[in-house]
Design a protein around this ligand. Structure first.
Ligand code: ZN
Ligand code: ZN
Length: 593
């Protein structure tokens, strides 16, 4: 073993006040090993029961907790004959930050039985631990105890209580907790609004924001971050513009974070121009702001813009982080910049020391897949230093479908099913691939498999915002309500499109239907319904913006191109993957998505 690195000379220095030595050395510690040496030394000089030394040692262990350091801290804690709640809180905070967050719970039971009263620092730490481990049952028990000790409405405890419920996916319980408060303050509002946004419930978040406005409570920058990301989730541009106006009018645009959220909101609502102008006008731009702008270019398929933005960022000496690279790689993959993508992928770790995460690998798989290097993509995933997620394989599966590679598709689906066989989308992609290549028996087999396993298909849903109201359409709505005005308008539209060359792509629909029924099934897809609704209900010449929950299907993509040509309207469709800008019969994605 290497010699200890601690400054031994200090220990034996004649002028050193020996009792102070361990205390003053602890902050200089750089490892657990050094800390243990100081602990050993303090025992040697009979300070083993010195509370201030023990507390400092515990504190060191809990600031950057590892498995070993938390173990050690717990051991030190056990040596304190009469620990108080302050030391316990320190340990609980360490656990909440560690990889074993629930470690403090059994100890908490001991604390309670020793009649030590928890305070308003105890519950936040423990509730955070429950949130991290999605431990709803423990969380509920803590909630009861917080009520019992009269702390459930405390400004420190309340937000962590709401956060615990939302993190455990029990948003209804969170709402009940909130509704029981008579005059909620802004901290309480922020907790629940953020909870809704994190659970992808933007309408609920915005409804509460309206309630807040009438209740005379002043929102903060935190509130605005949630409001802006709710608008982004909805893809509702008018609502987003209103939120941006609100931000400016109330002076929230002094916050870099808020402006960054505005950039992200505009990009996700389909207005890249607005993102650019907000970015340009920001007096201070940090890494997050640059990353948001790079990501904005990326999702709009402007790869070279994203790349030049990154180069500019480097020139201005702003340090990129993992999110910056994610945007950059995403941009390269969605714009077919294979060489650049590779270059940046390696620069990331070699030059900036950023370890690639699963999402970065996902971009690389996408990049390889798009350039048709499917076998390479397969090998790439197979050799990853971390366990691939089903999503990573799914990216390749979609590529197999676009390239009509059935054999590799079958291999990939096998790998996906090893990890998770409950995802309806996987069956749909494979089924489309089979259908495309005319393998109808395989399509039937797959459908039977889905039925046997009880796997449900996620219904396609598209939404469009008209006059501040978001309207949702589901695929297949037409089969149930064929007689509505919207459906007959869509019928008419499709006939007009056929005149200018549109041929419905019925190869995507199951073979056991009559040709006419196949067309009807395609015609009432949610995207087409939403676009038709937009044509009917918005002024001529304005852009139609639609958001879809899944990938846009091949036929709707084709139809949207013809609609943009026929109606002289720009259509911006955001699907789960990216943006499609349809204009004059063409799409910005170059028909690859
Ligand atoms: Zn469709
Ligand atoms: Zn497209």
């Amino acid at each position: 073993m290497a010699a200890p690195v601690v400054h031994i000379s200090l220990f034996s220095h004649p002028k050193t006040n020996i009792h102070v030595a361990p205390l003053s050395l602890i902050p200089k510690c750089t490892s657990l090993r050094e800390l243990k040496q100081i602990h050993a030394f303090s025992i040697k000089i009979h300070l083993q029961n010195d509370i201030s030394v023990l507390i400092r040692l515990i504190n060191f262990c809990t600031v950057n907790p590892t498995f070993a350091s938390m173990d050690y801290a717990h051991h030190l804690f056990d040596q304190i004959p009469q620990p108080d709640i302050v030391v316990f809180n320190m340990l609980a905070r360490g656990y909440a930050r560690s990889k074993t967050p629930l470690g403090a719970i059994p100890l908490f039971a001991q604390i309670l039985s020793a009649d030590i009263l928890p305070d308003d620092y105890t519950f936040p730490a423990l509730l955070k631990a429950c949130a991290c481990s999605k431990a709803l049952e423990e969380g509920k028990q803590l909630h009861c105890l917080a009520i019992k000790h009269g702390l459930s409405l405390n400004v420190y405890v309340f937000p962590t209580l709401i956060n615990m419920y939302t993190a455990c996916n029990d948003i209804h319980a969170a709402r009940r907790v909130f509704d029981n408060v008579e005059d909620p303050c802004i901290i309480m509002y922020n907790a629940i609004i953020t909870g809704y946004t994190r659970n992808s419930l933007p309408n609920e978040a915005l409804a509460l924001f309206r309630q807040l406005q009438v209740s005379n409570v002043k929102p903060t920058d935190v509130t605005m971050l949630s409001v802006l990301s709710s608008c982004a989730l909805l893809g509702a541009l008018d609502l987003g513009r209103w939120a941006h106006e609100y931000v400016k009018k109330n002076g929230f645009d002094i916050y870099v974070k808020v402006n960054t959220a505005v950039i992200d909101m505009y990009a996700k609502c389909g207005s890249l121009e607005d993102s650019e102008s907000v970015f340009e006008n920001m007096p201070v731009k940090d890494t997050q702001a640059w990353s948001a702008m790079i990501m904005a270019y990326a999702i709009h398929g402007r790869g070279s813009k994203a790349v030049s933005m990154f180069e500019k960022m480097k020139r201005e000496r702003v340090k990129p982080d993992e999110i910056t690279f994610l945007g950059l790689l995403y941009a390269c993959s969605h714009s077919g910049l294979v060489e650049e993508g590779y270059k940046y992928f390696y620069t990331m770790s070699d030059k900036y020391g950023i370890i690639p995460g699963i999402k970065h690998y996902g971009c690389m798989v996408d990049l390889l897949s798009r350039s048709g290097q499917l076998e390479e993509a397969y090998k790439f995933i197979d050799k990853l230093p971390i366990t691939p997620t089903p999503l990573l394989w799914r990216t390749l599966l979609s590529a197999c479908s676009s390239h009509g590679n059935v054999e590799l598709g079958k291999l990939v689906i096998k790998r996906i099913f090893e990890l998770d066989d409950s995802h309806g989308g996987d069956y749909v992609i494979l089924s489309n691939l089979y259908a495309k290549t005319g393998r109808w028996e395989d399509v039937d087999l797959l459908r039977k498999m889905m039925n046997d396993k009880g796997v449900a298909k996620i219904p396609g849903c598209s939404s469009i915002e008209v006059k501040n109201v978001v309207h949702e359409f589901f695929s297949g709505d037409g089969e149930r309500y064929v007689s509505t005005e919207l459906h007959s308008a869509l019928d008419e539209l499709v006939e007009e499109l056929k005149v200018i060359g549109y041929i419905p792509n019925t190869s995507l629909v199951s073979h056991d239907m009559e040709e006419e029924d196949k067309e009807i099934t395609l015609r009432y897809h949610s995207e087409k319904l939403a676009i038709a609704y937009g044509l009917l209900n918005t002024p001529a010449g304005t852009t139609i913006r639609v958001v879809k929950n899944l990938r846009v299907c091949g036929d709707c993509h084709l139809a949207a191109k013809y609609i943009s040509l026929f109606s002289r309207r720009q259509i911006i469709l955001r699907d789960v993957q990216r943006f499609h800008h349809f204009k004059d019969g063409k799409c910005s994605c170059g028909d690859f998505w």
